[in-house]
Design a protein around this ligand. Structure first.
Ligand code: SAH
Length: 361
């Protein structure tokens, strides 16, 4: 066994991909990413110093407290005490624990529904949140239909598979993964894909890459449609762009370092930047109001995270230094503060969410 709990890292998935490519030809990049990440998350808890990466809720309780406070505030002002807490990709359950503690303090106790693909992380979530008896879901489709949804997603959308279209000298093609010299390599596929490219971008220069995430759009469409109908609100936090972009943002991280996404599939976390503009457009089309798109740093500061840090430091002198360091890590533009963005949306008949300038209709 290795530290990651699999016998020979990558062997089975590497062999499976190699066999598929040998028999059927190159596979779409989105399929490669989907299967690699399903394997990756199914076999480990990747979070923390000993794992591959650290996320905001694992840095400090303040992150979950701010997000939980945001949900409690909007739900109470909406007069909705009958909502349920929903989290997408809940990791170790830390964000839910911190958010639910604040919501409970505000008088909101509600059923907890977690959309989680990984059996290993489901177990961790079940243990940490035992007092809430969470219900697990394979997908958003089975979430309750009879009550408002109060939804959080941190570093969930970036793990969903992206599709890439590349402009070649012969027109647009989909990026596929083939093999050369025993290595996986991304290459333009054979089939013309011009019809899949929006008119405005069709004449982009050769080598331009357009990255889209159909899975993220589909999930956002379903959730925003539910919120519009059932009531509710959602915060999605991830690293990515407020405006749509061109180029590949696919990356792999293992043991806190960037590695090649095409080496050892299933043994590193594959992510791509989230296109927040595209997600916001989908949410609006599905009937929701966008309450804001902002950097994580500005959002957390607007919600008062610096005051919370000061209170924690006052309460425990030994905590002052680590709390100050965690605050800086979460909000400083040189660290997570600017790279990570927050998208907030709500039902039209719900009040405006806190922390943003007046709503974009
Ligand atoms: N939100 C947590 C964990 C982020 S890691 C935190 O901030 O610490 C990504 C999470 O999304 C993991 O829990 C992973 O198992 C889950 N995940 C990734 N792809 C998924 C998918 N397609 N369906 C359900 N869960 C998924």
């Amino acid at each position: 066994m290795t530290a990651h709990g699999v016998d020979r890292p990558g062997t089975s998935l590497t062999d499976r991909f190699a066999r598929t490519i040998a028999h059927l030809g190159p596979i779409p990049l989105a399929q490669y990413m989907a299967e690699a990440n399903a394997h990756y998350y199914a076999h480990r808890d990747p979070l923390g110093v000993a794992g591959d990466f650290i996320t905001a809720p694992e840095i400090s309780q303040m992150f979950g407290e701010m997000l939980g406070g945001w949900l409690a505030d909007i739900a109470l002002r909406a007069g909705a005490a009958n909502g349920c807490y929903v989290e997408l990709g809940a990791g170790r359950g830390t964000l839910a624990r911190d958010a639910l503690r604040v919501m409970k303090g505000a008088g909101l106790t509600q059923p907890v529904h977690l959309v989680e693909g990984s059996p290993v992380l489901r177990k961790a979530q079940g243990e940490l949140l035992a007092g809430y008896a969470p219900t697990f879901h394979d997908s958003v489709d089975s979430l309750p239909e009879d009550r408002p949804l109060l939804i959080l997603a941190n570093e969930f959308f970036d793990a969903l598979p992206v599709r890439q279209l590349i402009r070649t000298s012969e027109g647009w093609r989909e990026m596929v993964v083939g093999m050369a010299g025993g290595q996986f390599v991304p290459v333009p596929g054979d089939r013309p894909m011009d019809a899949a490219v929006p008119d405005a971008r069709r004449d982009a220069p050769e080598h331009t890459i357009i990255e889209v995430c159909p899975a993220a759009s589909a999930i956002m469409h379903e959730l925003a449609g539910r919120i519009a109908k059932q009531g509710g609100a959602m915060l999605a936090v991830d690293y990515g762009h407020l405006q749509s972009f061109t180029g590949s943002s696919l990356q792999a991280v293992r043991a806190h370092r960037k590695t090649d996404p095409f080496t050892d599939p299933g043994e590193a976390d594959l992510t791509a930047h989230v296109d927040f503009a595209a997600l916001a457009q989908v949410a609006q089309m599905a009937g929701c109001r966008i309450d804001g798109m902002e950097t994580q740093g500005e959002f957390l500061l607007a919600l008062g995270i610096a005051h919370r840090a000061a209170a924690l430091a006052r309460a425990n002198a030994d905590a002052a230094k680590p709390v100050g360091e965690a605050l800086d890590r979460l909000v400083s533009p040189q660290r997570m503060g600017a790279l990570f963005k927050v998208l907030a949306l709500a039902a039209h008949d719900w009040p405006q969410g806190a922390g943003f300038a007046p709503a974009v209709q």
